[in-house]
Write a protein that binds this ligand. Structure first.
Ligand code: PHE
Length: 323
């Protein structure tokens, strides 16, 4: 009996299931003390057997019961502990959800749209897949004329459609359906069949502008474009016009803006050519106008000091996250 008490104490002091298993084995395992004693009962005399056997049997039963009791105790307290581990701290700060933002080109686009809207310009759009007529002929760029070489063109296989090389075809599409006075901008994607480098890509974004009315002159153009660039760059910019050639304007010029790196070319422009008015169904005697084409990528690159146009189309988050 004394022995039983000692064993029970030992069992109840087991602090985990592994330790309990060790204690069980010590008494009832293959080489356990009680198990061995039970097995050697056959060696005893009849009298000793009668006395010892029931004692050992009941000891074995007691130990088994005690171990079972302790093991269920240990198991339930273990479960509680596991539950405690899952405790939820409702006051802990949450994981921060990552916020996306607009692409730098989209930001520029929206800003430019805003400025021209404030100057009374309407925003219109045209198709990226164009006909030869709208992209070239109607803009005074006839078939087989060397001026077509200014635009390296992606032609569709049947040669009837092309990827527009500039946003100027939208001028014609709009004038066909509307009468002056006209004040529109037409932002959109254009395509050039060219080798790409840090300042050229096979696709980029342009913004066409067109204003048509009576008695329009280069002075009107200069005022509008000066206001636009000043609002965009947030200061009074210095600009100059240089003579240049585009078949759909006469005179044509390029606009430079003065910046940290000296004069920078910003856009092409000019007074709408009479042949363009004729192609759109206007009488050129009645109307004058100016048109301009701005490279939005170049503006984004200047404003954000980006030195490679290809970064804008790379989808590289290390780049995009800076804006
Ligand atoms: N369409 C010309 C280009 O892509 C730019 C331009 C537009 C020039 C309007 C003059 C007038 O190069």
């Amino acid at each position: 009996m004394e022995e039983l008490d000692k064993i029970k104490k030992e069992i109840n002091s087991a602090s985990d299931l592994k330790e309990l298993d060790g204690i069980y084995k010590k008494y009832l395992g293959k080489k356990g003390e009680v198990a061995l004693a039970l097995r050697s009962i056959g060696d005893l005399s009849e009298r000793e057997k009668k006395e010892r056997a029931p004692q050992l049997q009941s000891l074995k039963k007691e130990i088994e019961e005690e171990v079972l009791k302790r093991s269920s105790e240990l198991k339930s307290s273990g479960a509680e502990e596991a539950l405690r581990g899952e405790w939820l701290d409702v006051t802990a700060p949450g994981k921060k959800a990552e916020l996306g933002h607009l692409h730098p080109l989209t930001q520029i686009q929206q800003k430019v749209n805003e400025i021209f809207s404030s100057l009374g310009f309407e925003i219109v759009e045209g198709p990226e897949l164009e006909t030869e007529w709208y992209n070239f002929d109607a803009l005074n760029i006839p078939k087989d004329h060397p001026s077509r070489d200014i635009w390296d063109t992606f032609w569709m296989q049947d040669k009837e459609l092309l990827l527009r090389t500039h946003t100027s075809p939208v001028q014609i599409r709009h004038m066909e359906k509307h009468q002056p006075p006209i004040r529109i901008i037409a932002p959109g994607r254009v395509f050039r069949h060219e080798a790409s480098d840090a300042s050229h890509d096979i696709q980029f974004y342009q913004l066409e502008g067109l204003m048509v009315d009576k008695d329009m002159s280069v002075a009107n153009f200069k005022a509008v474009i000066n206001e636009f660039l000043s609002q965009l760059f947030g200061e009074n910019v210095k600009i100059r016009l240089r003579p240049s050639f585009f078949p759909f304007v006469e005179p044509g010029f390029e606009v430079d803006m003065y910046g940290p790196k000296g004069w920078m070319e910003m856009l092409g422009a000019g007074m709408v050519h009479p042949n363009v008015f004729k192609a759109a169904g206007y009488n050129p005697v009645n109307w004058q106008g100016f048109a301009f084409g701005i490279g939005l990528d170049r503006i984004a690159m200047m404003k954000y000091k980006i030195d490679d146009i290809r970064l804008l189309y790379s989808g590289d988050l290390r780049f995009l996250k800076q804006f």
